[in-house]
Design a binder for this molecule. Structure first.
Ligand code: NAG
Ligand code: NAG
Length: 330
């Protein structure tokens, strides 16, 4: 009996120390997206998983179980791969309507850069056994070429809140009467006109994303000489979506078990916020430079991005934060 128990114990121990062969694919070039994924990839690598990672920036992992294929956009002109100015110089409603066109266009380009890379073509020819594909879910569907080839479960990770075209494949509710479309900047409490806009925006973004994605299929197939053949059953065969959102920062919404909010996952070194608990109020301590930074964001100016553009959610949060501070202080 003792021998049987011992064998059972060993089986349990070995099962829990096993590592996985993971293929991680990040076809989009945005640096800010990379910053969200990097800590996740580094954590998986330090956990002992055997990783093959495709992306534009190095994840800086020194580990014999870690290989990366760095992509290079040879079609890029200048320092920026995409000029946000073309987006902010047009009226707001037009720029919102342009989103599916701009994003799918960028998506085709990222698929072209990735699939025409000789290292990627080599990888696709090899008969490697992966256990899992982890891929960015953003503006393209060419990751399904990898899923078809390696025939393993797919886990998506998004650098932003859930894109409107990703809910359907998980059966995730996205009722536009109270769930704001993440491109339209509305809050959860919308008035009648905002709700109408939210409904139209949701359909506009979804319909055009799919029309353009299907239209671009042949182009994407030509980059890799592999069939993509997207259909609903195929794209719905996704195990999980890790979304970079959190109800405390955005808004509470119903989620199916296959969609998990992981907002904050990119923070590697957690620091405690300094706080003073006085009577019924909780104050965060802010310094002059914090206020300066908040004000400069309110003025829609971010020197690092080179154009007058700022993530609206961060802006809304900062304004609220400033309001809390001011109202609590007076
Ligand atoms: C890690 O994955 C690569 C292919 O991606 C494979 O060649 C290698 O044998 C794997 N190593 C281990 C220890 O599983
Ligand atoms: C879903 O994906 C798994 C893993 O690639 C595959 O084995 C299965 O056949 C797929 N199911 C459908 C319905 O395509």
């Amino acid at each position: 009996m003792k021998v049987f128990e011992l064998i059972f114990l060993f089986v349990c121990i070995f099962k829990s120390i096993g590592s996985y062969d993971i293929l991680a694919i990040f076809p989009h070039e945005g640096r800010s997206h990379h910053n969200v994924f990097a800590p996740v990839i580094r954590r998986l690598a330090s956990g002992g998983h055997n990783m093959t990672v495709i992306g534009y920036y190095s994840f800086k992992v020194e580990n014999k179980h870690f290989r990366e294929i760095i992509l290079e956009d040879t079609m890029k002109q200048g320092e920026y791969f995409f000029d946000l100015k073309s987006f902010v110089d047009v009226p707001w409603s037009i720029s919102q309507a342009m989103i599916p066109f701009v994003l799918t266009d960028l998506g085709v380009r990222s698929c072209q850069v990735m699939l025409s890379n000789s290292k990627i073509q080599n990888l696709l020819k090899q008969n490697i056994k992966f256990d899992l594909i982890l891929a960015e879910f953003f503006n393209s569907e060419c990751i399904h070429i990898f899923k078809d080839q390696f025939d393993v479960p797919l886990v998506g990770i998004s650098a932003s809140t859930i894109m409107p075209w990703h809910n359907d494949r998980f059966g995730n509710p996205d009722n536009p009467s109270y769930i704001p479309n993440n491109h339209l900047w509305h809050e959860m409490k919308m008035n009648f006109f905002e709700r109408v806009e939210n409904v139209l925006g949701l359909y506009w973004h979804n319909i055009f994303y799919w029309i353009l994605t299907m239209k671009n299929q042949n182009k994407i197939e030509s980059f890799s000489e592999r069939r993509l053949r997207l259909n609903h059953a195929k794209i719905s065969n996704t195990s999980l979506l890790l979304a970079n959102s959190h109800f405390s920062l955005t808004y509470p919404r119903p989620l199916v078990p296959g969609v998990i909010e992981v907002g904050g996952i990119h923070i590697e070194d957690k620091k405690m916020l300094p706080w003073i608990h006085a009577a019924n109020n909780v104050f965060f301590e802010v310094t002059a430079s914090d206020i300066e930074c908040i004000i400069s964001e309110i003025l829609f100016y971010n020197p690092t991005m080179g154009v007058g553009f700022y993530d609206p959610w961060v802006l809304v949060l900062r304004v609220r934060f400033l309001q809390i501070i001011i109202f609590d202080l007076i």
